[in-house]
Structure formats: structure tokens, C-alpha cells
Ligand binder design. Structure first.
Ligand SMILES: Cc1ncc(COP(=O)(O)O)c(C=O)c1O
Length: 482
């Protein structure tokens, strides 16, 4: 995309839709407005993150977060609240990725034959360092699906081996285990994860009660994509290892990486053996990069998905035999990390949690959250709280996500409205309110899943809250028709 178009997009869509307060708008107008294009030769800033104290406990500071949002190009004509599939990249990242692609496209095979290996190793080091892992325990894959298939398909299963999965695990992982069951005769046991648990112990027991001497693997989804529920992986792992020390604990961290303040090393320190994740979700890296963490001692016993007899069986790189691949997407990892670090994990998590609580409008949850951060009496916090309806008080509105676990919350939540199928509700939000979400029709969780992002603003969540209110009110028969 041409730079001129970048500037135009920001001026026409992002600023227009966000109505940034005057002071901030003025401060950033140099970079953003079409009429204030930077002078020829002056580069646009790589990332726009205003400096300011205490942002981690200021998730309601729209001046700050609206400026952060201008890093992203928002779509025209609708509000996107479905950012759980993958993340759009900040413009600085996008530009870096395109520049790296241009270099490879110019140097072609010379790059691949002379610089590729070093680029991959630098990317591995950057990611491992970011998450407190050792580079020799990290493979760079294409996504979570590939990472977890490597371990599920590569394990030396015996008929009768047992694996424990959750009833809200991601479909692709369930299918991988089902295929392993059909192929090798393993037994799948399914933990009944409570939708709205009141204690961690309920979740820990749902998994650990299923452990037997035949349990070979325990598969945990750190953040459930259907509802946003974050499960206590560390507590489950510690207990599972106490009961059956040889159980291999595998974590699907697709949604928790760079979304929650938990580093992957926090998980490995509790005894987790394998983790798969996607960098194109909350780290905002270009599409097509995932990671596989595997504990060093486990590596030699797992077969690679793609045949590789060249690499040492102890070398994590044996899992990376992918053929020709877009190295520019790996080169961009360090850049994506830079953006993440400019905000910090805690600030990002609090902002995303705040946006979720705002559209749901539950006063008790908002009060607890505001109190916890010491911002409850801030006029801006109070004003936004007053602007939303408490959807959880409306008869027709049914939240499908745990609300009071917001300390482990994050962006994702799902809800349905009586009388609407998930698809028809998503359609009503899009057709009548120009808000894009996704219908989830899972045996356990049904409704529309709402996922704000750093490109979202409080006004988007207030608009969604009003749309839900309207939909619920329209269901109430008027006195005449009663
Ligand atoms: C919990 C969970 N696991 C795994 C995946 C798969 O991620 P990917 O498509 O990047 O492999 C997703 C995708 O949304 C997910 O939500």
C-alpha cells in the first residue's frame, strides 16, 4: 500500500470513528490527518505509543488508547469486534513485513542460500527471549494447529494409552486426538470444564479426577476460544504431575500468548512439557507463524510431522522441516515484540478486559475491576459506566462467559439472546448495527463471540451495548400486542 493511502486511511476512518479528544488529536495531527501530511522525506513514526505514566492501571484512558488504536487501519463501514480469528497488524509491523518481503523478492535464492538460516535463528532467539524460554526448546511453526499436531501425531502411542482433553477444546485438536484414536487405539477422556466456575479447584479436579495409571497426555486449552475463560494451567499441571509424574502436559496457548500477562516460561516453570501457540493472534505478527515449545528431554521421543532424518533427533529444528517458507514473516517477529513491549503485557490485558466488561455493562464487575485498579472514581471511568446498560439484567440476554473471573479475563466473551440462533444474532448485529462478531454454535457454548482489540475503542463497546439493548427491548411485546 502506498504511504499516501496509509495517511488517508487513518484520517478518514480511524480518527473519524474514534473521535479522539481535542488535545490528543492536535498532538498527533502531524502524523495522521490528510491535510497535515509529513513533509517530503520525513518518515511516519514506526509506532504511535504516547508516553505517559501509569498506563497499566489506566485502561479507561481513551486519549492514550485511541492513539494506540491509530496504529491499526480499521475497516470502513462496520465496527470489527471479531478479532479472535487473527489480529491485524499495526502499520509499523505491516510496513516492516513488506520491506522484508521486498528484500527477499530482490535477492531471491541468494537470500535463501546465504541469509535464511541466520534469520530463522534470530527470530527463534527473539521469541524465546520474549517469553523467557530457551531457544533450543522453541521451534517456529506455521500456527498452533501445526505445533500441536506435531506432538499429537508424533507421540509413540500404544493402544490403550489415555489422553485427557477438555470439552471446550479447539476443534482441530479434538480432531487430531480422534485421528490418533482411530490410528493407534488411544482412549480419549473428556473433562467437563464448568462454564462459570466459582473456584479454581473445580477446574483442577475436572481434569485431575480423570487421571489413571494409563494417562499418557493431558491437553489443556489455556484460554478457551469459545468463551474467553482462562483456566488455571499451572495449578492443574502441578496437581497432575503429583498424581502421575510421567503425564505429558500439553498446552494450547493460541489465545493466551501475548494476551494475558502470563509468559510461556511461567507455564513451563510449573511443569508444562509442550506448548503450541500462534503469533498472528495477540502478538499481532503477520499470519502464518506459530511456535512449539518442547521440553528438551522430550524432543528425542517425538517424531517430526514432516520426515527429517537429517537433523539430530535431539534438535528442536527437526520439527521445522517445512520446505520453502515466508522468512519475512519470521523476520517480523522481533518487530511485533517491540510493539507489544511498548505497551506492556499488563496494560494490554487490562485494556482488553476493560473493553469486554464495558460492553457487557455489569456494574458489579465494572466496580470490582475499577476498584482493583484504583480508578473507580475517575470521572472518565464513571462516565463510561453510566453510558452502558447492564445487559446481564435483561431477561433475554444470556452471557456465556465467566464474568467475575475477570482477573483472568481478557478480551473474549460470548452471549446469546433468547429467540436468536448464533448466526441470526451475528447477522442482526451486522445488518442493523454494523457491528461484526461471529456466531458460535458449539454443543456447550452458543451465541455471538465478541472480541475487541487494541484497535477498538470505548465507543465501539458502548455501541455494541446499545445494539444488544435494542435487540432485547425489541423482543418485549408492546402493551397492545400482549
Ligand atoms: C484455542 C485455539 N487453539 C488453536 C487454534 C488454531 O490456531 P491456528 O489457526 O493459528 O492454528 C485456535 C484458533 O482460533 C484457537 O482458538
Amino acid at each position: 500500500m502506498k504511504r499516501k493511502h496509509f495517511i488517508h486511511s487513518l484520517g478518514a476512518t480511524t480518527l473519524g470513528a474514534l473521535s479522539i479528544p481535542a488535545a490528543l488529536s492536535a498532538a498527533n495531527s502531524d502524523a495522521h490527518s490528510d491535510s497535515n501530511k509529513p513533509p517530503k522525506g520525513k518518515k511516519l513514526p514506526e509506532y504511535i505509543v504516547p508516553q505517559g505514566p501509569g498506563i497499566s492501571n489506566a485502561p479507561h484512558n481513551e486519549a492514550f488508547w485511541s492513539a494506540v488504536a491509530t496504529n491499526f487501519i480499521r475497516p470502513e463501514g462496520f465496527i470489527n469486534l471479531e478479532n479472535g480469528y487473527f489480529s491485524h497488524q499495526p502499520q509499523g509491523t505491516l510496513r516492516y513485513h513488506i520491506d522484508a518481503q521486498t528484500t527477499i523478492n530482490t535477492q531471491t535464492s541468494h537470500f535463501m542460500r546465504t541469509a535464511q538460516t541466520q534469520a530463522i535463528e534470530e527470530a527463534r532467539k527473539a521469541f524465546a527471549g520474549f517469553q523467557g524460554l530457551l531457544p533450543d526448546e522453541v521451534a517456529l511453526t506455521r500456527n498452533t494447529t501445526e505445533s500441536l499436531n506435531i506432538v499429537i501425531m508424533g507421540t509413540r502411542w500404544q493402544a490403550g494409552d489415555e489422553v485427557i482433553i477438555g470439552n471446550q477444546d479447539y476443534g482441530s485438536m479434538v480432531e487430531a486426538f480422534e485421528q490418533a484414536a482411530a490410528r493407534w487405539g488411544i482412549i480419549i477422556k473428556i473433562a467437563d470444564l464448568p462454564k462459570d466456575p466459582s473456584t479454581d479447584a473445580e477446574i483442577v479436579n475436572a481434569y485431575c479426577d480423570l487421571i489413571t495409571p494409563n494417562t499418557k497426555m493431558l491437553h489443556l486449552t489455556h484460554m478457551i476460544n469459545l468463551s474467553g475463560q482462562l483456566i488455571p494451567v499451572q495449578a492443574i499441571t502441578r496437581k497432575a504431575k503429583q498424581i502421575q509424574p510421567n503425564t505429558v502436559v500439553v498446552v494450547d496457548a493460541a489465545h493466551s500468548l501475548a494476551h494475558t500477562p502470563t509468559d510461556m516460561s511461567d507455564l513451563t516453570n510449573s511443569g508444562v512439557d509442550v506448548i503450541g501457540g500462534s503469533l498472528h493472534k495477540w502478538l499481532c505478527n503477520p499470519i502464518g507463524v506459530g511456535f512449539l515449545y518442547m521440553k528438551k528431554s522430550l524432543i528425542p521421543s517425538i517424531w517430526p510431522l514432516m520426515g527429517d532424518t537429517g537433523a539430530d533427533k535431539n534438535d528442536i529444528r527437526k520439527f521445522e522441516h517445512q520446505g520453502t517458507r515466508p522468512i519475512n514473516s519470521l523476520q517480523t517477529i522481533a518487530k511485533a515484540i517491540e510493539f507489544h513491549r511498548m505497551l506492556g503485557s499488563a496494560a494490554k490485558f487490562n485494556r482488553l478486559t476493560y473493553l469486554k466488561l464495558l460492553w457487557i455493562g455489569n456494574k458489579q464487575a465494572l466496580e470490582n475491576f475499577g476498584k482493583g485498579l484504583g480508578i473507580l472514581n475517575d470521572p472518565q471511568y464513571q462516565a463510561n459506566m453510566a453510558a452502558v446498560t447492564e445487559l446481564t439484567l435483561l431477561d433475554a440476554f444470556k452471557l456465556q462467559s465467566p464474568l467475575f473471573q475477570f482477573q483472568r479475563g481478557g478480551a473474549i466473551a460470548t452471549a446469546y439472546v433468547n429467540g436468536y440462533s448464533p448466526t441470526s444474532l451475528a447477522k442482526a448485529l451486522m445488518d442493523n448495527h454494523k457491528i461484526f462478531t461471529v456466531g458460535i454454535d458449539h454443543p456447550i457454548i452458543k451465541g455471538v463471540r465478541v472480541t475487541p482489540h487494541l484497535s477498538s475503542c470505548a465507543a465501539d463497546c458502548i455501541a455494541l451495548n446499545r445494539a444488544f439493548t435494542q435487540i432485547c427491548v425489541d423482543l418485549i411485546p408492546s402493551p397492545k400486542t400482549k
